[in-house]
Ligand binder design. Structure first.
Ligand SMILES: [Fe+2]
Length: 216
């Protein structure tokens, strides 16, 4: 604990590539891959998380159930780095309280390749700016506060960008800038493909993004 506390005192909110928020990504057979992912989430045996809102499904299990996703990741040469799928299974309605980054240390989690799966048409990811230098860490939730999410009160933040999921496209998003999901439907489900180690500029080009970190 003292180790974390000493590190935390030195932590600052440091978004990476702070002028880049998202790029849409063209994935062949996306509709079929979505069906695989919806089925994956519903398989009871792998619901190892008791968290109703988020669950992580790691590579081995994903590959067992999602052959088309595996084929896609292999085709773009990112299979080695594919680590897990994070399902956001429910939206906290009227969440006007907090915004977050996916990890306080931005190098731990920098990108998420988001795929909208259910009731997403009227939903968004919105990004925020703040004058605050430090965030509220997740030590209070028993989590490693450096490598897990950190948050801020929405009242200390101002929206600067928004992505609409209306088209149903896949989208690579910047998880190091304060953000949150917005939806009128509690049942909205999206998932994020996560990579470890994190994507490099040349990895992002493999996704078909010709100009990485340039906002489209
Ligand atoms: Fe997030």
């Amino acid at each position: 604990m003292n180790y974390f506390k000493t590190q935390l005192e030195n932590m600052r909110y440091t978004p990476l590539n702070s002028n880049w928020f998202f790029n849409t990504v063209d994935i062949p057979d996306l509709e079929l891959i979505k069906q695989e992912l919806i089925a994956l989430e519903q398989i009871a045996e792998i619901k190892q998380s008791n968290n109703k809102i988020y669950s992580n499904i790691y590579k081995n299990i994903v590959y067992k159930h999602c052959p088309l996703l595996k084929k896609y990741l292999e085709s773009v040469n990112l299979s080695q780095k594919f680590n897990r799928i994070l399902f956001s299974k429910e939206v906290i309605l009227n969440n006007n309280r907090t915004v977050h980054v996916d990890s306080y240390d931005p190098t731990t989690t920098s990108h998420s390749l988001n795929i909208p799966l259910r009731d997403y048409e009227d939903s968004y990811t919105a990004w925020y700016k703040t004058d605050k230098e430090q965030l509220i860490d997740s030590l209070q939730f028993g989590l490693d506060p450096i490598n897990n999410f950190a948050f801020l009160l929405l009242s200390d933040a101002e929206e600067i960008q928004r992505y609409s999921y209306a088209t149903g496209n896949a989208v690579l998003v910047n998880t190091t800038i304060l953000h949150k999901g917005i939806s009128d439907k509690k049942t909205r489900m999206i998932c994020g493909i996560r990579f470890f180690p994190e994507l490099t500029v040349s990895d992002i080009k493999k996704l078909g993004i010709t100009d990485p970190y340039k906002q489209e």
